[in-house]
Design a protein around this ligand. Structure first.
Ligand code: ADP
Ligand code: MG
Length: 405
């Protein structure tokens, strides 16, 4: 076995008592250090069973599973907990225990002293943006769905295990919260570099989260195990293609992050400036709207000439609200944000919410057609990138809330 393999399954099967067919049959795969491997497949295909055999919440029927070189059947419960964190379906926080007690469970079982546990709990709460003083002593029901999910994730991280098993970890939240949790987790993973097995039945989530994706059929049979790019470009068979569903090129928007494309620039105007300033800036730039910002360069609203009247002394509350995305969000998130903002553009912000640039619908359309072109030339076996004329900046769509002047 090579050094970069963290988890291996060799011919693993599992039959439940009283079931005719095995729930999992003859699965083999290796998972490398630091990658997120997503198991995706329809409900009931055996994802949870496969995952739970890795930390022996379900005993493997036959076959062999190793974690960091050790056969899991040779490890006791303590050693398994030290090595493997587990985020269960439906969060599963203990309702009568405080957030701190929930998060500290595994360290406590591992015999850490109280002070070390407390410090670790606070560190983890900070990590996911839950202010320890405010959240440490709350009960799970005093948290929003998204906050509960965050606590579920840091509970699994508590003893800093090298491996994380995550079973539909964000499944119970609304789409918006889910997106936010996914982005936050990917950001966390950049720092933590855990080896992660991530189960979902949602192919879009698989594309977004996975370093590699195993598409599973009945009894966890592996239909294809590949990178998201390869899966979308070359599904192994019609079952996989059907599972990917329509709109593979749209789904590729999930593969590309906002930070990977060039931004457009907007004219920034402080909201305490006058309408005259806006008109002058619009005139100079030829743009259709300016972006008002606060003192910290955080975007506020799109303001065009029609939003102005001569008796205003400043720009407070004038114009259309903006939507924002972080640089790490996917282009799919950006498209969503553009559509909700109804002005064909979204503002890219940094971690502190400050302006970084604008992505307009025109820009996005160009990126999509470039991606499509790349796929086509790959299919034709062309290795050289096709000539593309340089992209000319076009601010119209990016800063045109009204549609036309
Ligand atoms: P998934 O997570 O992909 O939805 P599961 O691994 O939970 O699938 O289940 C795989 C199959 O095994 C299903 O047919 C399910 O009904 C069956 N199964 C799961 N758990 C048990 C159990 N404890 N006893 C009997 N059958 C089970
Ligand atoms: Mg399941």
């Amino acid at each position: 076995m090579t050094d970069d393999v963290m988890i291996s399954l060799e011919n693993v099967s599992k039959s439940y008592r009283g079931q005719k067919a095995p729930a999992v049959e003859d699965v083999s795969m290796t998972i490398r250090r630091g990658e997120i491997v997503v198991l995706v497949g329809p409900s009931g295909c055996g994802k949870t069973t496969t995952m739970k055999m890795i930390n022996r919440l379900i005993e493997p029927g036959s076959g062999r599973i190793t974690v960091d070189g050790a056969d899991v059947t040779s490890l006791d419960a303590t050693e398994l907990r030290r090595r493997i964190g587990y985020v269960i379906q439906q969060v599963g926080l203990f309702p009568h225990m405080s957030v701190a007690t929930n998060v500290g469970l595994v360290p406590k079982m591992l015999g850490w002293d109280r002070r070390r546990i407390d410090a670790r709990v606070d560190e983890l709460l900070d990590l996911v943006g839950l202010e320890p003083g405010q959240f440490r002593n709350r009960l799970p029901r005093q948290l929003s769905g998204g906050q509960q999910q965050r606590v579920g994730v840091i509970r699994a991280l508590a003893a800093d295990p090298p491996v994380m098993l995550m079973d539909e970890p964000f499944g119970a939240t609304d789409p918006l919260t889910r997106d936010r949790l996914q982005n936050e987790f990917l950001r966390l993973q950049e720092k933590l570099q855990k080896t992660i097995v991530f189960v979902t039945h949602d192919f879009d989530e698989a594309i977004k989260m996975g370093t590699r994706i195993a598409v599973l059929g009945e009894q966890s049979r592996i239909l294809q195990f590949d990178t998201p790019e390869r899966l979308l470009a070359a599904p192994a068979d019609t079952t996989v293609a059907q599972f990917i569903g329509a709109g593979a090129s749209l789904k590729q928007l999930n593969l590309r992050r906002v930070e990977a494309i060039e931004y457009d620039e907007a004219q920034l105007v402080r909201s305490d400036e006058s309408p005259a300033t806006v008109l002058r800036r619009l005139d100079e730039s030829g743009d259709w709207a300016v972006l008002t910002v606060d003192g910290e360069q955080r975007p506020l609203r799109w303001v065009g000439p029609r939003d102005l009247s001569p008796d205003q002394s400043n720009l407070d509350g004038v114009g259309l609200p903006v939507t924002t995305v972080e640089a790490r969000a996917t282009l799919h998130d950006a498209l969503d944000a553009m559509l909700t903002s109804s002005c064909g553009a979204t503002v890219v912000v940094d971690d502190a919410g400050r302006y970084r640039g604008v992505v307009g619908i025109d820009r996005l359309m160009r990126v999509i057609s470039e991606m499509r072109e790349t796929e086509r030339s790959r299919d034709r076996g062309v290795t050289e990138a096709p000539y593309r004329p340089p992209v000319t900046p076009n601010l119209d769509a990016a800063t045109n809330p009204g549609g036309s002047r």
